[in-house]
Design a protein around this ligand. Structure first.
Ligand code: SAM
Length: 262
């Protein structure tokens, strides 16, 4: 097949290191009958070894040339190629008990992670290669410089483990940054949940909008309605010092006091 020229606008960096491919597939450990969806299959670095273990695989690829190549390469009863922007894809259509895998285009990593949150109930796990800096923020603990909106929003919905780093030389062309692989497992039904996820999102976003300020200043017009002592949050706290559970309590109390609509 003719060589493919990597397209920058689609964040194309193809995995060229067999050792890294094997490590990712080993981490996913797919079993024959499972429903697996791969995001951004590209030139099949992960697609091929996944298909060796699975009966069927679904892939979502935005690049028309790569999608056509995949359709030529694999029979339709083994590989379903969805040619679309993954941010527009309704993952509910793939059924439930989904396992999602991908060496993701880094330019859309945050929007994609948030796009997948509403489908978490139907997901078994997600294994993603991302910029290491993004994964560090996803798994960061309170009172660390990486802890922020991404950490709180995703940790409220998933258990996340950073698995290993991947150096730029593992890709062709190499990206400018170090990458890493993360495993995200949706938390069970009995997890701590905000009354309204929408309110929780708003409160977390506003809290971190001015992360260096004390929360009571950052939350400005909402601050007077907060029973700091009742919530066990010091009045001098900054957003980065609050645990996920404290953000849930804060959001619920602001909603109960009618400050934020659900
Ligand atoms: N999985 C391949 C590998 O490991 O070599 C390719 C990884 S490359 C970093 C990202 C892939 O995602 C490319 O194939 C790119 O065309 C595709 N892609 C980029 N943006 C996308 C989008 N919005 N929706 C679906 N696929 C996308």
């Amino acid at each position: 097949m003719s060589p493919h020229k990597a397209r920058k606008r689609f964040g194309q960096h193809f995995l060229a290191d067999e050792g890294v491919v094997e490590a990712i597939v080993r981490a996913v450990a797919p079993k024959a009958g499972e429903s697996v969806v791969e995001i951004g299959p590209g030139l099949s670095a992960l697609t091929e070894p996944l298909l060796q273990l699975l009966k069927h695989l679904t892939v979502v690829e935005i690049d028309r040339d790569l999608a056509a190549r995949l359709r030529r390469e694999y029979p339709a009863d083994r590989l379903t190629v969805v040619e679309d922007d993954v941010l527009r894809v309704d993952f509910a259509e793939f059924g439930d008990r989904l396992r999602i895998v991908g060496n993701l285009p880094y330019n859309i990593s945050s929007p994609l992670l948030f796009h997948l949150v509403p489908y978490a109930d139907g997901v078994v796990d997600q294994h993603f290669m991302l910029q290491r800096e993004v994964i560090d923020r996803m798994v960061a603990k309170p009172s660390s410089s990486d802890y922020g909106r991404l950490s709180v929003m995703l940790q409220s919905r998933y258990r996340m483990v950073k698995l290993f780093d991947v150096q730029p030389e593992a890709f062709d062309p190499p990206p400018r940054v170090v990458s890493a692989v993360v495993r995200m497992t949706p938390l069970p039904e009995d997890r701590l949940k905000p009354v309204s996820f929408k309110v929780f999102e708003q409160v977390v976003a506003k809290s971190f909008a001015q992360r260096r300020k004390m929360l009571r200043r950052g939350l400005a017009d909402w601050a007077h309605a907060i029973d700091w002592a009742g919530l066990g949050i010091p009045e001098t706290a900054r957003a980065e010092e609050l645990s996920v559970a404290q953000f849930v309590a804060l959001a619920d109390s602001l909603q109960a006091r009618g400050m934020v609509a659900g």
